[in-house]
Structure formats: C-alpha cells, structure tokens
Design a protein. Structure first.
Length: 133
C-alpha cells in the first residue's frame, strides 16, 4: 500500500520559521531529514520525497475566462498551516506509515527540541504512470 505523508508547518509570515534558526540548528534539522530519507530508501519503503518552497511563493490557480489561468498570490490568511513537503512511502500496513509519520514529526528544531509537526497520512488510491495518462 502506498501512503502520502504530508508535513504541515505553521503559517508564520510566509517564510519558513527555520530561516531564523542558528546554523547549528539548521544543520541538525536537515541532517535528521537526510538520515530519515536514507533509512526509508535503504528499507525499500521510500517512493519519493519532496520539500516545497515557502508559503510566500505559493499561488492558487483557477480556470479564468476562456481558460486563461487566474492566479492568486499567497500566503493565504485563512490557513493556519501550510504543506511544507511530503513523502510517498510503500509499506505493508497502515501502522508502518504512522510510525514513519511520527518519526518525521519529531524532527529537531531550535536547541534540538522535537518540533512535533503535524503529518497528515493518506493512502494513495491510484497511481498512474506518466506514459499512461
């Protein structure tokens, strides 16, 4: 079963709060992600992982008149949190996806304290290879 683990970060000012961390805290934080992703890759559970740009760069696009894109700037004041990145994992049971999400949630922040970030876990219902679309 494939699961998407979506890491949410606080809204803040439109930039990631980690931009204000010390170099040591940032190094520890990114080192944690590197080790987690390596572990998942070596276990064969990692399908893909992506970190996203800060919410200040986000746009919402809707079809406008005559199909021309109607683009709205972000960040969006009604949102309390924004998607920071995601993993696609392939595991044999939902509980394993939850274990991975809990590990991701505990990434270190300033001073090494776990951030306890919310990680949304959703089963991937359908995968379509790009050539089959």
């Amino acid at each position: 079963m494939k699961y998407m683990l979506m890491m949410h970060a606080p809204h803040g000012t439109g930039d990631w709060q980690s931009f204000n961390w010390s170099p040591e805290d940032l190094q520890a934080h990114y080192g944690y992600w590197h080790r987690l992703n390596k572990e998942l890759s070596e276990s064969g559970e990692l399908v893909g992982v992506e970190g996203l740009a800060a919410p200040g760069e986000a746009k919402v696009v809707r079809a406008g008149k005559n199909g021309v894109p109607a683009v709205t700037d972000g960040p969006f004041p009604e949102a309390k949190e924004f998607l920071a990145g995601y993993w696609i994992v392939e595991v044999d049971r939902p509980e394993r996806a939850y274990e991975i999400a809990a590990k991701a949630s505990a990434a270190p922040g300033p001073g090494g304290a776990p951030l306890i970030l919310p990680i949304e876990v959703r089963r991937v219902m359908m995968s379509v290879p790009p050539g089959d679309m």
